[in-house]
Design a protein around this ligand. Structure first.
Ligand code: NDP
Length: 325
């Protein structure tokens, strides 16, 4: 049974009654919902603001086969609906809305919604996730989920014994190419420069893998296919030579952007904008503010690891609030 922490109290400001909630959760992916389940079961009466994409990145995924507990797999949106119901079952106040501004300078943290509404909270769990970067091709958008993917670990299995293309030359692309090489007959790796940005060890591994074919100075011009991916048209940016490669899967691995713009100047982040949390913890540099999921994880980025860190964040918040009593 969870610790009983005093519930919302009221402050009166400018003649407006304003609740101070115990825990505000920003974001509704696996990290946010898991934090909500734990915080609600600990009687913290959490309030969650979902963001514009309720359910987060998994709403754009088809089958999820690697989340434990779903032996037959599940569609991403359905899984997030299960998460939502479970969070609600224990009393999470789930509100549709986008937090666009925060102020963590005082003991009571403040957040503002797009609507202009203001929220006051003793503790915050940031689970705003990250957004995969896309090339920006019309065909890439149209075929997303039907052969186009930004996650090899999530979707690679569907292309077993098939030919796929992968765009990118960083560590993510290298990792995903190696992952796909174990499943697919050939991985056509499209790299826009004449070198890989990935770490040396990953470069070596990629270059030594016989079924990864690297195309240097090459950019994807169009993903071809009406309903599903059938090929990709590529262009060599040095020679202007155009080629069509028959494939069934098109993977984009050109990086992610953590959704942290509104925390700039307030919370410690790395050069790519990922929030920095203490070792073995979800604590940020500000007391009472915690970060869970992809917003602070550029390495694993899995639903199950995000859920795990959401659980950690809620447990840490519960302890921290109890200490403040
Ligand atoms: P990076 O930013 O490191 O690499 C992005 C890659 O995509 C680059 O090769 C870049 O090319 C290419 N790219 C970007 N935009 C386009 C475009 N429009 N068209 C074609 N290619 C494009 O992102 P990663 O996600 O790979 O890595 C992010 C960080 O996370 C890095 O610091 C990485 O080391 C780290 N990481 C660590 C891992 C680990 O430790 N296990 C695993 C994965 C990532 P160009 O070089 O031309 O800019």
């Amino acid at each position: 049974m969870g610790t009983n922490v005093k519930f919302a109290c009221l402050i009166v400001r400018n003649n407006i009654n304003m609740d101070i909630i115990n825990t505000l959760i920003i974001g509704s992916g696996p990290a946010g919902y898991t934090a909500a389940i734990y915080a609600a079961r600990a009687n913290l009466n959490p309030v969650m603001y979902t963001g514009l994409e309720m359910g987060g990145q998994l709403m754009q995924t088809t089958d999820v086969e690697n989340y434990p507990g779903y032996p037959k797999g599940i569609m991403g949106p359905e899984m997030m609906e299960d998460f939502r119901q479970q969070a609600e079952r224990f009393g999470t106040d789930i509100r549709f809305g986008y937090v666009s501004k925060v102020d963590f300078s005082g003991e009571i943290k403040k957040a503002w919604l797009d609507s202009g509404d203001e929220i006051h909270a003793r503790s915050i769990i940031i689970a705003t996730g990250a957004t995969a970067k896309w090339l920006g091709l019309e065909s890439e958008k149209r075929l997303n989920g039907n052969g186009v993917s930004a996650c090899a670990v999530c979707d690679g299995f569907f292309y077993k014994e098939q030919e796929v293309a992968l765009v990118g030359g960083g560590d993510t692309a290298a990792e995903e190419a190696l992952y796909l090489s174990k499943l697919c007959t050939t991985v056509h790796m499209l790299v826009r420069k004449d070198y890989l940005r990935a770490s040396k060890i990953m470069q070596d591994r990629v270059e030594k893998t016989p079924n990864i074919k690297i195309y240097w100075n090459t950019e994807a011009e169009e993903v071809i296919g009406e309903k599903v991916v059938e090929a990709v048209r590529v262009k060599n940016n040095q020679t202007n030579e155009v080629n069509t490669i028959p494939i069934t899967g098109f993977f984009v691995a050109i990086g992610h952007k953590p959704n942290t713009d509104m925390f700039k100047g307030m919370l410690d982040m790395d050069e790519q904008g990922y929030l920095i949390t203490a070792n073995d913890s979800t604590k940020t540099n500000i007391e009472g503010v915690y970060a869970a999921g992809d917003v602070q994880d550029k390495i694993y980025r899995q639903a199950v690891t995000a859920a795990g860190s959401g659980c950690m964040a809620a447990l840490e918040v519960e302890r921290w609030l109890a200490e403040q009593e």
